[in-house]
Design a protein. Structure first.
Lengths: 368, 707
């Protein structure tokens, strides 16, 4: 009825707009695969895994570790300790690797004994490397999350409504630094696809995946309205892309992002681990915020309860749409998935919130 | 406090936002729009038409209004049962003709004419009623058919007798008085209408058949399932409507002493519009006589004014049609969205600034520091009971608790494995206390104060207190009776935590944080409840102090414990004993060493404390987010705290991982053990107290016997 619809529109002017977030549906249908997945190694806050010349390397705090895949309980072996927290890691088949630190330094070693150390990137001396990816020998893609906070304070950048991130292409031989895209809201992952597909970048605060071209030009949106805040991307041998989502979207967070005054006071007066903000894990302290749906009733914490942390890894098909997903729901523990890596035909993912590296099951499908 | 915050406090704490939601939750709130529209119409028309509100003019229109109101009254009743009556115009004309015919042609007495007119109307209505009620024909089509038949009969009769009736003359003062007379400016027909309307209102709202009519309109199938005789009731609504037409027709005949070809034409549209504009739902089940009256006043006023302003009858019909269309749309939209609107506006948060609290973090070194000790409890009744808000033990050590199914469950000592349903009350049994005669006194959420005698007879002691004058919601009703204790004077002192939310929505009250809770006292001597203290922010646990003159009570959302002296030299004194705790207190009970146990139902979080200082943000949150996403206090972590009379904190027990007792709402010490319950839990915990008196029981403490 036309009058009815018109009337509805009229009423819209007076009623509050509901805040909505996308449903977990289709390929994103929830399951418990992350909670059921076998643990490769347990270590404190594993952040970024990478295939470095056929070995599985992982960053954990300030230490760079190698995980032994042969033994059944992959024992981490410390390769190097840094002065600052490791923010990101990338490896290449020839054994060269790049490490980004929380103080902004990027160190590239290899191939062989060559070492390049960059204290910052670009004319603005950006010091927030949050994701690295080799685009070929001696070519490195760097995601700079923001121009005002270090990598470890990503949530603060979200609360400050940050949109000063950028993606750079470094040519280590020539020493050139080319900005591929700027004005991004925390680009948190990059993967270089074979030509002509360009580079995929996850833009965390805007919940989307962009495609950049090394030739420049406007970024093109590949995937929009994601269910959470995307982190690192990695490519599998079969051409599909693994997307890690480090925290879920939550209506209360989206609400707080609109409440400028409340958010300002919260950032000023409350400890960051107790903010209403995306988190790597929850339930550690009674000072954390709680939403009504998260109240334990009859000893049960509902898996579908609204939560500030969640575990989610998504496999994107060759066309960029989600094909399968791996979940750890509100009542699970494998939360805060930050990176993924395929090595020797096995896929490993880091649960930064759950302090472990898990091996994802191979049979991929949208099932439950 | 900064200036904007002070402004916000003034804005939200003094402006009564909550009244809007309370008004909307009332059934009479629907009448507001038609009433406003009526007032507006009158003001506008008073401007446009000279002498619109003069007594003479009012008296004239009142005469016509009386007849119309009676018709609307009839059709309202039909519509409330979910039907419709289009035949009223024909019926009305027929009855008018019959009345005039009996009076003028037959020269029979006036009362006989009245009876015949009403009789014809009722029989006509009964014809509709039989077809619709018993043969289950569609009301719309059936009454359309009877409209046509009735009009045809009328036209034939008019041709036959019309002229004779017009020429005949009856000299009867009674007949003239009914047609022209007034009592103090009130025309007879209006007085008759008022009498009928009042009767109909009482019938609909206060009588069993009246409720049946509304029930059938609300849901025919459910009404049938509950045993209402749907067919018969529907039949009678049409008879009533027909009889109303008869009365109105009789009055019309007396007024004009004759009828014409146009009598009753379009009356059904007029009456239908009146009902819908007044807010009587076309779908049935929702409406009242008052709504019908409002609608009738609006429609007839506009209709007559248009005529007086000289508009053609086409214009008149157009205006009526438009009004009907708008009213129907509004009605449907409102019916559909009423709950949504209410949901959107009901929560009206106020500004609260919580004082800084000592930390309860383990290792913080404060007396409040929580630990894992409660995770070591033995578990009783895991998965068998749901929602033991309070627990209590009797002299034989049996354990009692309430459940959300409305039962009082008893676990048998000493194993506490076997259980039985001790009594079924309904509602949500919360606080428990044993009285001197062995009866169990229970605060039942959403119901009131109850007593279960030793032979398990359930008796309601009280469900209401004194009503305050300026409250929109009925605050006499006990909405969330929470905990109780029995004073040394034999009276029962108990809390009613909020007047704004039902017992199961208790946690939502924390989002609003409006202090509407009360401490009440029930006097068994006179069997009545009286309000002792009001405007408390979720008063919760109550526990008699050892002095026999005062009691402690927790004020949950303020995180404080107060003490009130109810007798003795200091009677009436109220004192805050513990303030600014890091947790939200719930029940309080005596400990064996002369101190007190207090349960913490949850913990304060810095974000919720901050949100409490931002009522505007909280208000937007409640409007823009579904309830599941609202920010709550952390009620996934609770604990048990021991304090002494001076308010000093002695011990804290916690279950930090939330293994057994994420939330604690009650605890009871008994013979060296502490029994722990939680309103959202499915178990009772039993914790061994080191060094506690192994013979002490709560009952012995209250009776002053040394264990």
């Amino acid at each position: 009825m036309i009058i009815d619809e018109a009337f509805d529109r009229l009423l819209d002017l007076f009623r509050p707009k509901a805040i909505t977030i996308p449903h977990l549906d289709g390929a994103m249908q929830p399951n418990m695969r992350l909670d059921e997945a076998p643990v490769l190694a347990s270590l404190h806050e594993p952040d970024n895994v990478a295939d470095v010349g056929g070995d599985l390397w992982c960053s954990s705090g300030a230490s760079l570790q190698r995980i032994d895949l042969a033994s059944d309980h992959g024992k981490p072996e410390v390769i190097r300790e840094f002065d600052a927290q490791i923010a990101c890691l990338a490896g290449a088949p020839d054994g060269s690797h790049a490490v980004g630190l929380d103080d902004g330094t990027i160190i590239v070693r290899g191939p062989g004994e060559s070492v390049v150390e960059l204290p910052s990137v670009g004319p603005d001396r950006l010091k927030c490397p949050v994701a690295l990816c080799f685009a070929g020998p001696r070519k490195l893609v760097v995601c700079q999350g923001s121009d005002r906070v270090p990598p470890s304070q990503n949530v603060r950048d979200l609360m400050l409504a940050g949109n000063s991130g950028s993606v750079w292409m470094l040519d280590l031989d020539r020493g050139t630094e080319v900005c591929l895209a700027g004005g991004l809201a925390w680009p948190y992952g990059a993967v270089v696809l074979p030509e002509p597909d360009g580079i995929l970048v996850s833009e965390s605060w805007r919940h989307r995946i962009l495609r950049l071209r090394s030739s420049g030009g406007r970024p093109e949106t590949v995937l929009d309205n994601l269910h959470g805040y995307p982190a690192r991307l990695s490519r599998l041998r079969d051409g599909s892309v693994m997307l890690c989502i480090f925290a879920p979207r939550n209506r209360l967070i989206e609400f707080v992002l609109m409440e400028d005054e409340f958010r300002r006071q919260m950032v000023e007066t409350v400890a960051p681990e107790h903010w209403i903000a995306p988190a790597l894990r929850t339930g550690e302290s009674f000072l954390e915020p709680l939403q009504q749906g998260g109240v334990k009733i009859m000893g049960i914490h509902k898996p579908w309860a609204p939560t500030l942390s969640y575990g989610l890894v998504v496999r994107l098909g060759a066309d960029g749409t989600p094909a399968a997903s791996f979940h750890s729901r509100a009542n699970g523990t494998r939360h805060g998935m930050t990176s993924c890596c395929e090595i020797q035909g096995r896929i490993f993912a880091t649960s930064k919130g759950g302090h472990c590296i898990v091996e994802l099951p191979q049979e991929t499908g949208a099932g439950t | 406090m900064k200036i904007p915050e002070a402004l916000s406090k003034a804005r939200y704490n003094w402006f009564p936002d909550h009244v809007l939601g309370e008004v909307l939750s009332k059934r009479w709130a629907d009448n507001a729009v038609p009433l406003l529209f009526l007032l507006l119409t009158i003001v506008v028309l008073d401007h446009l038409i000279p002498n619109f509100l003069s007594p003479q003019s009012l008296s004239d229109s009142g005469r016509q209004m009386g007849e119309f109101l009676i018709i609307v009254c009839g059709i309202s009743i039909v519509m409330m049962a979910g039907g419709i009556d289009l035949s009223i115009g024909s019926n009305y004309a027929l009855c008018a003709l019959a009345a005039v015919g009996v009076v003028n042609l037959l020269q029979w007495p006036i009362p006989v004419a009245f009876v015949i007119a009403v009789g014809i109307g009722a029989v006509f209505g009964a014809f509709n009623g039989v077809l619709i009620g018993f043969f289950k024909l569609r009301a719309f089509l059936t009454t359309l058919v009877t409209l046509v038949i009735g009009r045809a009969v009328y036209d034939i009769a008019l041709v036959q007798f019309g002229t004779a009736i017009q020429l005949a003359y009856r000299d009867s003062p009674v007949w003239d008085f009914i047609g022209d007379g007034s009592i103090r400016l009130f025309p007879v027909s209006l007085i008759a209408a008022i009498a009928i309307l009042v009767t109909a209102h009482i019938f609909l709202s206060r009588s069993r058949p009246g409720w049946h009519i509304t029930a059938i309109g609300g849901s025919r199938r459910s009404a049938f399932n509950t045993g209402i005789d749907v067919r018969k009731t529907v039949f009678w609504t049409y008879v009533i409507s027909g009889a109303c037409c008869g009365i109105a027709g009789f009055l019309f005949g007396a007024r004009l002493n004759g009828t014409g070809p146009g009598t009753g034409i379009n009356l059904e549209i007029l009456a239908l519009t009146a009902c819908v504009v007044g807010g009587i739902s076309l779908g049935g089940g929702r409406g009242s006589i008052a709504k019908g009256v409002l609608g009738a006043l609006i429609v007839l006023t506009i209709n007559n004014s248009l005529i007086r302003m000289g508009y053609h009858s086409g214009t008149n019909q157009m205006v009526l049609g438009l009004m009907l269309a708008i009213a129907v749309i509004l009605d449907i939209r409102w019916l559909k969205n009423r709950q949504k609107v209410l949901h959107n506006v009901y929560v009206a948060p106020v500004y609260t600034s919580m004082g800084p609290a000592p930390s309860a973090l383990p290792g913080s070194g404060t007396p409040y520091a929580l630990n894992h000790r409660l995770s070591e409890t033995e578990i009783i009744g895991l998965g068998e009971i749901e929602g033991p808000e309070d627990v209590i033990l009797d002299e034989d050590d049996h354990l009692y608790c309430g459940t959300r199914h409305g039962d009082i469950v008893r676990y048998f000592a000493p194993e506490y494995r076997e259980s039985e349903i001790y009594a079924h009350i309904g509602g949500f049994p919360l606080g428990l206390a044993f009285d001197r005669d062995g009866s169990l006194k229970v605060c039942v959420g959403a119901m009131g104060l109850y007593s279960v005698s030793p032979d398990r007879r359930v008796e309601r002691l009280s469900a209401e207190t004194n009503r305050s004058w300026l409250s929109v919601v009925d605050d006499a009703r006990l909405r969330d009776p929470n905990d109780l204790d029995i004073g040394s004077d034999g009276r029962i002192y108990f809390t009613d935590s909020t007047t704004r939310y039902d017992a199961h929505e208790w946690a939502t009250d924390s989002v609003e944080n409006r202090p509407t809770g009360r401490v009440l006292v029930y006097d068994p001597e006179i069997g009545r409840t009286r309000t002792l203290l009001r405007r408390l922010n979720y008063p919760n646990g109550v526990c008699m102090a050892h002095d026999g003159e005062s009691f402690f009570f927790a004020e949950s959302w303020e995180c404080r414990v107060n003490r009130y002296w109810y007798r003795g030299p200091e009677a009436g004194r109220l004192e805050c004993v513990i303030r600014d705790m890091p947790g939200y207190p719930d029940n309080i009970n005596r400990a064996s060493d002369g101190t007190y146990w207090m349960a913490w139902l949850g913990m304060r979080t810095p974000t919720f404390d901050l949100m409490l200082r931002r009522p505007g943000a909280r208000r937007r949150m409640t409007r823009r987010l579904p309830k599941d996403d609202w920010l709550f206090p952390n009620i996934n972590t609770g604990g048990v705290v021991k304090f002494d009379e001076s308010g000093r904190i002695l011990t804290t027990l916690g279950d930090l991982g939330g293994k057994h007792h994420p939330m604690v709402t009650s605890m009871r010490e008994h013979k060296g053990y502490l029994y722990v319950g939680g309103i959202l839990n499915n178990r009772i915990g039993r914790y061994k107290l080191d060094g506690a008196n192994a013979y002490w029981t709560g009952m012995s403490s209250y009776r002053g016997r040394a264990p």
